[in-house]
Design a protein around this ligand. Structure first.
Ligand code: 13P
Length: 292
């Protein structure tokens, strides 16, 4: 079932869990993530990078998602990840996606605020939610972003900007980074608490790959409502494919549909693990109730 992203995040902030937002790469990984959501009765956000959208085209991604989501009992939404390009945002808003991340973190503050306000007005007119990134989350995600903190602001400033732009969700720096960690990150769950003292707009945690169950639990306790995972899906996809191909090669048996089945199973298991760590298992009913 397709539900608004904001409905899921509101349910998550009331019931102390986080909705997994998982970057898919194709139809196979989409079906694996949806299978994980169904198996665990969890709400899940299907997230797509700009690179993936550009490789398939907006129409095909939209159709793939609709086909799978409308026939699934799991609450699902389709979300565009890190997009600095206003034209592409308009395209997915027009196509009826549930939410977008307008990534204005490469602009100075005034420019970021002005463009975010315009994006929010356009998206809200179509009933689409907007996640806002004003200070940059470290790391490069599918070609978007930087390894350095180029823009950082105070919590109060970020909340004021969100109030003026009317962005639905805030994606701030919380000590995490995209990709695998080369050294132990300095995590900032207390910063989540500072935000939530000033706003009830849901807070989003990026860079989910490589954090421990304890790290997730602290962030969820502090109040994050959406946690993004991308690299872990890519790695489980490729490792499952490699394991299959090693066996196929040893046996000299080459059947693509068996490769697809093994990749689907590996990715599904990986995402089931995250759903449990985010306390999202069994929360589908809460979200379904909220949309009635
Ligand atoms: P990881 O690739 O570190 O899981 O981060 C994903 C993310 O934050 C997508 O926006």
């Amino acid at each position: 079932m397709i539900v608004p992203t904001s409905t899921m995040l509101t349910a998550a902030s009331k019931a102390a869990f986080a909705v997994p937002a998982v970057n898919i790469l194709d139809n196979l990984s989409l079906r694996a993530v949806v299978a994980a959501a169904e198996e665990t009765e969890a709400p899940v956000i299907i997230q797509v990078s700009v690179k993936t959208v550009r490789s398939f085209g907006v129409r095909l991604v939209t159709e793939m998602f609709r086909e799978v989501a409308t026939s699934s009992p799991a609450p699902l939404s389709l979300h565009l990840d890190h997009c600095p390009d206003v034209e592409l945002i308009r395209e997915v808003v027009d196509a009826g996606w549930q939410s977008v991340l307008f990534d204005a973190s490469d602009r100075d503050l005034n420019q970021a605020e002005e463009e975010t306000a315009q994006v929010v007005a356009y998206a809200h007119a179509a009933g689409v939610d907007v996640e806002s990134e004003i200070e940059n989350i470290i790391g490069v995600e599918d070609g978007v972003g930087s390894d350095e903190a180029i823009h950082s602001y105070g919590v109060g400033t970020l909340v004021e900007v969100a109030n003026r732009t009317n962005a639905d969700f805030i994606a701030p720096q919380l000590g995490t980074a995209h990709g695998s960690y080369k050294s132990k990150p300095q995590l900032l769950p207390d910063r989540v608490r500072e935000f939530l003292k000033l706003t009830d707009r849901p807070i989003v945690l990026h860079g989910g790959t490589g954090l421990s169950p304890q790290d997730f639990s602290e962030f969820i306790h502090a109040g994050v409502s959406k946690i993004n995972v991308s690299t872990a899906l890519k790695e489980s996809y490729m490792r499952s494919a490699k394991a299959h191909l090693d066996v196929a090669s040893a046996k000299n048996e080459w059947e693509p549909t068996r490769l697809f089945a093994d990749v689907l199973s590996g990715v599904r298991q990986e995402i089931v693990g995250f759903i449990h760590m985010f306390s999202a298992a069994g929360k589908a009913d809460l979200v379904a109730e909220a949309v009635k």
